[in-house]
Design a binder for this molecule. Structure first.
Ligand SMILES: NC(=O)c1ccc[n+]([C@@H]2O[C@H](COP(=O)([O-])OP(=O)(O)OC[C@H]3O[C@@H](n4cnc5c(N)ncnc54)[C@H](OP(=O)(O)O)[C@@H]3O)[C@@H](O)[C@H]2O)c1
Length: 263
């Protein structure tokens, strides 16, 4: 990063566990100050204190439900009140529910759309003026390999991540003349919450080969972001899978995905 890390902050949503926490640790180890946001009662104050002590950085945190209607405004207001000079926004928060679309609970559908798309979009829009005020600034969105491949039983999740992919690519083009780098990282299976861990247990030998730790994803994400990559594959295996998926006939890809996700 070109600016003095001492004066600037990285805002991470959904930072209390999983990939968000790994990103917070990776940023802290690089000397970056942090503004962490997550649900109340999820250990955010403890994480912020631990990273401040261990890495000698400044940390701020806000406990809030990002699914709430005006939460993006609350997150932004908090940073303004404390005059945090945010030069990096990591839109990590996101959820994924599995199951047939017809039987999916409305609350689950809404939560995926709110967190994966709405919070990410509106927080980015609010943060843009501050990001633009820096010589160099960064936006990192958490996407997924599911954005590339239609997955039965994951219709809404895949669709929300396809949104994140196109949002990232379009915004990167739109902001090309500015000092803002916009990127997204596309992990496959990462054992974080109990839902994902349970799904991974039932995946094939091939699927298990693609699993990565949250720490590996976080390391690849930041390296790719600072290298100016718009779409960041956390490792060569996932890049190879993407390339194979784009040259194989769509019908074959769909049959393979159905076999993998309909066990
Ligand atoms: N895990 C994977 O296999 C995988 C693969 C590809 C992409 N991704 C994407 O990577 C991102 C992180 O995934 P993850 O697996 O690390 O998720 P996770 O383990 O479930 O963690 C999500 C984080 O967001 C917080 N959070 C959840 N709902 C929230 C809300 N309403 N308001 C505020 N904070 C909230 C969680 O708080 P708690 O501490 O309370 O849970 C947690 O800190 C997501 O965008 C996901 O779609 C994940």
């Amino acid at each position: 990063m070109t600016e003095n890390n001492k004066n600037t902050y990285t805002l991470i949503t959904g930072a209390s566990s999983g990939i968000g926490m790994a990103l917070a640790r990776e940023c802290a180890s690089r000397g970056m100050n942090l503004y962490l946001v997550s649900l109340p009662g999820t250990g955010l104050p403890e994480l912020a204190g631990e990273l401040s002590d261990a890495c000698g950085i400044q940390t701020e945190f806000l406990e809030t439900d990002l699914e709430a209607e005006q939460s993006h405004a609350e997150v932004y207001r908090y940073s303004q009140e404390r005059q945090l000079r945010i030069n990096m926004l990591i839109n990590n928060v996101g959820v994924g529910y599995n199951g047939d679309f017809e039987k999916m609970e409305e609350a689950h559908i809404t939560r995926m759309m709110m967190l994966n798309m709405k919070t990410t979009t509106l927080l980015t829009q609010l943060a843009l003026p501050e990001l633009k005020s820096h010589h160099r600034a960064y936006i990192l969105n958490l996407c997924s390999m599911a954005a590339f491949i239609p997955i039965p039983g994951k219709s809404i999740y895949s669709a929300t991540k396809a949104y994140v992919l196109y949002f990232t690519k379009s915004l990167q083009s739109e902001l090309k003349a500015t000092g803002i780098q916009v990127s997204c990282v596309v992990p496959a299976g990462v054992p974080t919450n109990s839902n994902v861990i349970d799904r991974i247990k039932h995946t094939s030998w091939f699927g298990k080969k693609l699993i990565q730790s949250p720490e590996t994803v976080a390391r690849h994400a930041l390296t790719g972001l600072f290298a100016g990559k718009t779409v960041i594959f956390p490792g060569n295996k996932l890049k190879a899978l993407y390339l194979a998926g784009s040259i194989l006939p769509q019908g074959l890809v769909n049959r393979l995905m159905t076999k993998e996700f309909r066990k």
